[in-house]
Design a protein around this ligand. Structure first.
Ligand SMILES: NC(=O)c1ccc[n+]([C@@H]2O[C@H](COP(=O)([O-])OP(=O)(O)OC[C@H]3O[C@@H](n4cnc5c(N)ncnc54)[C@H](OP(=O)(O)O)[C@@H]3O)[C@@H](O)[C@H]2O)c1
Length: 338
């Protein structure tokens, strides 16, 4: 293994961030895990006693203050910035989604520029920054890391704009702010951005109840627990464990510097497919799973293979991801009812 390094991970107590933390710890690195909630941070630490000496929790409560990450970056060799609001349950999209996403990226990069040891910053963007809802088939096309959604800032924050669309704006304008920062300020580090689509899989971050599941896994559970088939806005997905590997590889591979990667499975999904997997894999599945059908939309593509190749990610199957998550969610439900 390469020399152990000291890495700051933001959003460390969230769904994706916690997997990134674990991937780093497994490889022997030291992690400073930034969270808004020191209680959640402490829960994460308690549940990883084998890594007590490698894992440190810091509280960064406010993205908007430019000094927010100043202490958190002290002494680290690299940063993985995962934190960003991901919820569709909003009342003011600009205040709750767009502004904090941009402020978070700027605050992290500003702080990193003051710490000369930082050589690279990896940023979790999203396929939401790529998707163009007006791009229609035919002809068949493939989204790549070259593409950007066409939303303007004004459209993203307009009061009539839905939270789903505002979230797409939040990811686009936060990522653009990162590329602009590097271009204008020429810091001593380079950046890598990752654009995953829907991310599913088992959880390793501290949550008390299934009701607190992150946005994407909540959709899987809605199907498995018989609520409803949600609308599949895109047929693209990635397993959270594969995405965590991509984050860590993006941090350490010299040739990844300055690039944007779409990290996505070559398999496509629909919530109808989730339903079929639950029916097939779980004895109770047929009785409980949500009603209805939903075909996989196979009319267009997303190139996740470039990232697979360049970052050395071997994508898991959708069946494995759904099975692992539903198994875990069932256990949580059982424990909640006891
Ligand atoms: N899940 C997906 O399907 C998916 C797909 C593509 C991209 N992404 C991106 O992946 C990242 C993590 O999302 P996730 O799925 O892991 O969701 P999550 O579990 O909701 O995690 C979001 C994380 O961001 C932090 N955060 C949110 N709003 C914040 C704010 N205003 N100030 C400071 N921290 C804030 C949260 O901090 P606390 O833990 O302190 O609350 C949490 O750790 C986000 O950048 C999201 O856009 C997610």
């Amino acid at each position: 293994m390469a020399t152990p390094l000291y890495i700051l991970v933001t959003g460390a107590t969230g769904f994706i961030g916690a997997h990134v933390v674990d991937e780093l710890l497994r490889r022997g690195h030291r992690v400073r895990a930034a969270t808004r909630s020191i209680q959640k941070g402490e829960l994460m630490k308690i549940s990883r006693p084998q890594y007590a000496a490698q894992l440190e929790i810091v509280q960064v409560s406010d993205f908007s203050a430019s000094a927010s990450f100043k202490d958190a970056v002290q002494g680290v060799d690299g940063v993985i910035h995962v934190a960003s609001p991901f919820t569709y349950n909003t009342t003011d999209n600009e205040k709750e989604l767009v502004k904090p996403a941009i402020a978070g990226v700027k605050a992290v990069l500003e702080a990193a520029a003051q710490e000369e040891k930082v050589k690279r910053v990896v940023i979790t963007s999203s396929f939401a920054a790529i998707l163009d809802v007006d791009r229609k088939v035919p002809p068949r096309f493939t989204y790549t890391a070259e593409d950007w959604n066409p939303l303007s800032y004004e459209e993203a924050v307009a009061t009539e704009t839905s939270a789903v669309v505002a979230y797409r704006g939040s990811k686009k304008f936060a990522e653009l702010a990162a590329w602009e920062f590097v271009k204008e300020r020429r810091p001593a580090f380079d950046i890598v951005t990752l654009a995953p689509p829907m991310t599913f899989g088992p959880i390793v971050h501290p949550i008390d109840r299934l009701a607190d599941l992150n946005e994407s896994n909540a959709m899987l559970w809605a199907v498995a627990s018989g609520k409803a088939l949600p609308v599949a806005r895109v047929p693209f997905w990635v397993d959270v464990r594969d995405l965590a590997v991509a984050h860590v590889e993006a941090l350490f591979r010299p040739e990844a510097g300055g690039k944007r990667f779409v990290v996505a499975s070559p398999e496509k999904f629909s919530y109808g497919l989730v339903k079929k997997i639950v029916e097939r894999e779980f004895l109770w599945g047929r009785k409980r799973v949500a009603q209805g059908e939903q075909e996989v939309d196979d009319s267009y593509d997303l190139d996740g293979e470039a990232a697979g190749r360049e970052l050395g990610v071997r994508y898991r199957s959708f069946t494995e991801t759904v099975k692992n998550f539903v198994d875990q969610a069932l256990n949580m439900e059982y424990n909640e009812k006891r």
